[in-house]
Write a protein that binds this ligand. Structure first.
Ligand SMILES: [Zn+2]
Length: 115
């Protein structure tokens, strides 16, 4: 049973590792990916196949020729929106306080638990 509902401050989108997110702004807008890493201090995260940067590598001992390595670069968490696994819609995250005092994340669209 829920005993309270509160909105999440915009600075803390509460995105976590393994969440499915959609990019809201920038050149990757509309793309959906899975969160691989979150850095809450920087407010950034790494999302699979999003914000790919190409890095040139030099020829090394193992590889006979240099090449281009594609790697995800961090994206601001505030540019991401969670995609609810239940209703499959991009949604804002709500927080609910449960009886034992802990907070859980909920989908603001369908009300389902995200955690
Ligand atoms: Zn939902």
């Amino acid at each position: 049973m829920w005993i309270g509902v509160s909105d999440v401050h915009k600075k803390h989108p509460l995105i976590k590792k393994n969440d499915k997110v959609i990019v809201q702004t920038g050149k990757e807008k509309g793309k959906i990916g899975t969160v691989l890493k979150v850095n809450t201090e920087k407010g950034q995260g790494i999302v699979e196949k999003i914000n790919i940067v190409k890095r040139h590598t030099r020829p090394g001992r193992q590889t006979s020729q240099g090449g281009i390595v594609e790697k995800e670069s961090p994206i601001r968490l505030s540019n991401l929106m969670l995609v609810c696994s239940k209703c499959a819609e991009p949604t804002r995250i709500g927080r609910r306080l449960v009886e034992d005092g802990s907070k859980v994340r909920v989908c603001k669209k369908c009300g389902e638990l995200i955690d």
